[in-house]
Every structure is written in C-alpha cells, then in structure tokens.
Design a binder for this molecule. Structure first.
Ligand code: ADP
Ligand code: MG
Length: 372
C-alpha cells in the first residue's frame, strides 16, 4: 500500500498546495495517490474507482499543474454525464485554482442559454467541463474549438454510456488530437467501456481502486426488515428515533419517488423529489435548497443523485433495494462525506431479500439488523 504518500510528495505548485490547505484537504485519497503522478507525467489512465473517493481532484490537480495560462486554446476538456455534475466539477476546479491567477473554466451544459455559454467560451477558458450532447452541438456550430486540447477526461464513463452518449464520445475522440492524454474514470468497467479503452487508449496505465466496504468505514449500515407497505412509516420512525434530519430516500423509479415524496409531505416531513424528468431549472433550485438546508429529505432516483456532493447528509434510506450491486455502494457513499460519519438503512421486504443478500455478498458489506 502507498499509504504514506502525502500531497507534498506529489510535487505540486505552492498555489495548489495553498488551496488544498485552505479547503482542509490533508491527505490524498488512494485514487489521487495513484492517478496524480501518472497524469502529471502525461500518461493516460483508465481508473476504476467507486464514487466518493476523490476523483475530481485526481484529474483536476494534474490539469491545473500543467495549464498554460497565457494560451487562448482550450487545453483540457472534462466530459461528465449530468449537468449537476458538470457544475459541481466546475465549482471544485475553481476552488482548487483559487490562487492561480488567470485560470478560466466554464461549463457547457444543456438546459442553459447557448448564447450565454458562447459568450463564456469567447473569454478563452483553458478548461471546459461539459455534458457530451451540448459540447458536440457547440463544436458542430463552430462555437467552441477542442482541436488543440492536451487532456480529455471522461468522468463517470459508465454513466455516460448508460445515458446513450457513446456516439458523442466517439465524435469527441475524432475531433481532438490523436496524441492527447485521456483519463477515463468509471465506477464499473462494462464491455462498452473496455471497447473504448482498447480502441483509443492502448498505452494507458490502469488503476483499480476496489469498491470495498473499507472505503466507507464511517457508515453504519443497517437492514430494516418490514413489509413493503410499511416502508414509509418505518423511515419516519427511524428518523425520529435516530434524530435524523438531512437524509436522502432512494427509489428505483420516478413513480415511486413521486409517491414517496407525496406521502412524506403528507406526514409533515419537509421533502422534495428529484428524478430525470424534472426540468433543469427546478433541479438546480432543489439542489441549492437542499444544500442550504431549506428542506430535510431528498427523494431521488440513482441517475439524479449520482455524483451529487453534499457534505452533511446524515443518512440515506434505500426505500427500494437497488437493482445493481454497485449502486448500493454509490448510494451509501452519499453520506459520511468529507470525513463525517453517516448511516445507511435498507428497507427489506420479503421479496427484496434475495436481492439484498446478493448485494451483501458482492459488496462484502455487513449491514446489521435494525429493530424499529
Ligand atoms: P468522486 O468523484 O470520486 O465521487 P469527489 O471528487 O466528488 O469524489 O470527492 C468527494 C468529496 O471528497 C468532495 O467533497 C471532496 O471535496 C472531498 N475530497 C476529495 N479529496 C479529498 C481528500 N484528499 N481528503 C479529504 N476530502 C477529499
Ligand atoms: Mg466524481
């Protein structure tokens, strides 16, 4: 294990060291220890790492270290699956570059005025964070030039493929220099991703940060056995008993989120719902309100909640047991962030038992039975 590596060992600039200090970030995470030196040596990386392990700094730090601040070209392009994530990465890069004079980053995302985004591109950002659809659209209209980038980051690559961005990613590969550095980050490595890596990343170094329960040492995980129809009242009882306020309730479908949101509101809990069909403006507003503690319970599907980074979530509930094993880790990773502790409750009805047992085997977690 490379446990002893510190940020000081990574040969970073005083500006980046200062901003890390200012943010209270003390030690590099495993993915940061592994990816930063490689990326600073201009090596492409294929990194498999679970959510919440610090991937944004893992690619953000090396990018900031080699930027040419005088150049008018876009030098780094970061693609990610959702608008929320693009905005979040942009914010994190800005904090990281707090002491780097002349650093410019902009987000190109759907659901926002293209004119406004074009104006921002005209200010010559060195870094662009984008969702694939909007980026391809703007490149096609010659509103943005990505032909001279050094580095392409594909963040949450598996999620981008799930959302149907494979062709856009291929287009970006074709529109950018052949010898660019590529950093691909993904929580899972399905065959479609392996195809991309074989096709475009033959010299890349591979980094594998295993999804392990040990990555979530500060999360107390529980199984709450209860009939399907009692899941909601169980959540309300647990929230009262554990004195929980800021929580996320995960559901598998849009319909269930709406239903659960309504029932919670009816029960006097301040809750808001987020799923893929809710418009961008509303989505941003809801997330801002959640961060600002304007309501307590966010009821969400996986697509929306993935990658969302809110530091003070006290617990998550699996109202529905996730259909994929790794989603369980992504969900529980929403709590206990930034060094805090957290709780994860899975509501298991009779029919959920086989699914939950498989999750436990796969993730090697050991959730304890919880008595309401
Ligand atoms: P991922 O992209 O892997 O899901 P993020 O990059 O969003 O993870 O980081 C998750 C959280 O951890 C963020 O709040 C980030 O500021 C924080 N973080 C990142 N690196 C470190 C570190 N080395 N030490 C402590 N906190 C960190
Ligand atoms: Mg991330």
């Amino acid at each position: 294990m490379s446990e002893e590596i510190t940020f000081a060992d990574l040969d970073l600039s005083p500006e980046v060291m200062d901003s890390l200090k200012k943010m209270g970030v003390k030690r590099p995470t495993t993915i940061q220890q592994k990816a930063i030196p490689l990326m600073m040596d201009n090596i492409s990386v294929i990194a498999k790492a679970p959510t919440g392990t610090g991937k944004t700094f893992a690619f953000g730090i090396p990018i900031l270290e080699y930027l040419n601040l005088d150049s008018k070209f876009v030098q780094a392009l970061i693609l990610c699956p959702t608008r929320e994530l693009a905005l979040q990465i942009t914010t994190e890069l800005k904090s990281l570059a707090k002491y780097i004079k002349g650093f410019r980053v902009t987000a190109l995302i759907g659901g926002q005025s293209m004119r406004l985004q074009t104006e921002r591109v005209q200010k010559n950002p060195q870094v662009i964070v984008a969702t694939p659809g909007r980026l391809i659209d703007m490149v096609g209209r010659k509103l943005v030039d990505i032909s001279q980038i050094y580095t392409l980051v594909l963040d949450e690559a598996d999620e981008m493929l799930k959302m149907g961005f494979i062709n856009d990613i291929r287009k970006v590969m074709a529109l950018t220099p052949k010898d660019k550095q590529i950093a691909l980050f993904s929580a899972t490595m399905p065959r479609e991703i392996q195809n991309i890596t074989w096709e475009f990343m033959s010299d890349a170094a591979e980094i594998d940060v295993m999804p392990k329960a040990e990555d979530h040492p500060d999360i107390d995980q529980y199984i709450v056995e209860c009939p399907e129809k009692d899941k909601l009242s169980a959540i309300i009882r647990i929230m009262a008993k554990e004195d929980l306020r800021k929580t996320i309730v995960f559901c598998n479908t849009k319909n269930t989120t709406s239903k659960v949101g309504e029932m919670l509101t009816h029960a006097g809990v301040s809750a808001r719902v987020l799923h893929g069909d809710i418009g961008q403006g509303t989505r941003n507003k809801v997330m801002d309100q959640y961060r600002a503690d304007k309501f307590d319970v966010l009821v969400a599907t996986d697509v929306v909640a993935r990658g969302i980074d809110v530091d003070d979530i006290e617990a998550i509930f699996n109202y529905d047991i996730p259909k994929e094993n790794e989603l369980y880790l992504h969900r529980i990773g929403r709590t206990a962030r930034a060094g805090k502790s957290g709780k994860a409750f899975s509501l298991v009805a009779y029919l959920d038992r086989p699914r939950m047992e498989e999750i436990i085997r796969y993730t090697k977690t050991d959730p304890k039975p919880y008595e309401i």
